[in-house]
Every structure is written in C-alpha cells, then in structure tokens.
Ligand binder design. Structure first.
Ligand code: FES
Length: 168
C-alpha cells in the first residue's frame, strides 16, 4: 500500500512503500525527526534518481520539516540532485588539489569523448557530468565519484576504462 501525501500548498508526490520503509528505519537512528531530512532525500534519490519539487514536498510533509529547511539541506549537500540526471553521474572534483593535478584535463577528456559539459547528460541518458568540491581524498588527486564509488589517482587511461564500463 502506498501512502498518499496530501498537499494543499504545492503539488506533492506519493512516497513508495520502499521509500517510507527506509525513511522509518533511518528515524530509528536519530533522536528527532528533523535530523532525518538529509537521509530521507538520499533515499528518495536512490529510488527516483533525483529529488523533484514534488518529492521534496512529500518528504517535507511526511517528516513535518519546513520545506525551506529541507531545500537548505539539499543545497548544502551537493550530492542531492535537484534536476534529472543520467543513469550514472560522474562527480568530478574541481577543488584546488585536483585542479593542480589535472582535473581540467579529465574534464576535457570527458567532454571530447561524450560531448557533454558540466551539468549536461549524454543523449542516451547514460552519463551526467557534475563538478563537485573536495571529496576528501586530496592526497590521491585527481578524484571523482560515481555513485558510492570513489576513483582516486585518475588519469586518462583509467578514465577511458571507467567510461567504457559506464556505457557498455
Ligand atoms: S581537492 Fe579533490 S579530493 Fe580534495
């Protein structure tokens, strides 16, 4: 049974049973509901691929967290996607250590091979490219993330192999 989240303000969507089950599970880890906002958005993104306005509204109402607060969380945490993305999202660190060690070359390689700039998705929906700030692995720069996987000490050959894997 899906739970309908009613809204009289802005349109909302229906959170699935799986989303609700995981959000309820997360609630057991936190002393108060407000703290669950980020985890709830991650859960929605896991199932939906991104967090639409309708999903944001649904989570706001389900957890009784003001929409503005939730938007603030999503803005601060840049791994919450507020627009549709491809099946794989390459999050390329462009902070100083990665910049010094060649992230721009990696970005150019991606652009040349896939024809996408930052913020764009390949026409087949396979890959989105996004710039992200420091991923906390500066000693292994340049670094990128795809999903939960972090790729360190990236170079042209490793990147080509990764793209092969993501597009096969
Ligand atoms: S600057 Fe890229 S991981 Fe820190």
């Amino acid at each position: 049974m899906n739970q309908v989240i009613a809204s009289t303000k802005t349109k909302s969507r229906i959170l699935s049973d799986d989303e609700i089950r995981e959000i309820e599970h997360e609630k057991t880890h936190y002393p108060y509901t407000q703290a669950v906002g980020l985890e709830a958005l991650k859960i929605v993104q896991k199932y939906q691929g991104w967090v639409s306005d309708e999903s944001m509204q649904a989570v706001s109402e389900y957890l009784d967290i003001p929409l503005a607060d939730l938007e603030g969380v999503a803005t601060f945490f840049n791994m919450i996607f507020r627009r549709p993305v491809g099946r794989n999202v390459i999050c390329l660190c462009d902070s100083v250590a990665c910049w010094m060690l060649g992230c721009e070359d990696l970005k150019t390689q991606i652009t040349n091979r896939l024809g996408i700039e930052y913020g764009e998705t390949t026409p087949d929906g396979a890959i989105t490219l996004l710039p992200v700030p420091c991923l906390g692995a500066c000693d292994k720069a340049p670094v990128l993330m795809v999903g939960r996987d972090t790729y360190r000490n990236m170079d042209a050959e490793k990147l080509n192999q990764l793209i092969d894997n993501l597009t096969e």
